[in-house]
Design a binder for this molecule. Structure first.
Ligand code: FES
Length: 86
């Protein structure tokens, strides 16, 4: 989705049936958009291969990125839809 506050691409990962983790998808290395790899259970940058762990607050698993992804807040509404919280 697109973060309404920044306009940046963002990603939501379901960590468990009741737990979501959301991040600004802009890679802190050079700005490419990360994508979720279901096989690796990591957020992966297609540009230079950085990897981030959504279960550890977006921590860097593999460089060249040195900083974690920026966390975002989302919530599930009574309609079951996921909403970005500013
Ligand atoms: Fe993501 Fe370089 S822009 S690893």
């Amino acid at each position: 989705y697109r973060d309404p506050a920044s306009g940046n691409p963002a990603v939501v990962v379901g960590l468990s049936p009741n737990t979501l983790a959301a991040f600004d998808a802009v890679c802190p290395h050079a700005g490419c958009a990360v994508i979720y790899s279901a096989g690796q259970r990591l957020l992966v940058c297609p540009c230079h291969g950085a990897m981030f762990d959504p279960t550890k607050a977006g921590a860097v698993v593999r460089g060249p990125a040195r900083r974690p992804l920026s966390p975002l807040t989302v919530s599930v509404g009574p309609d079951g839809k996921i909403y970005a919280i500013a």
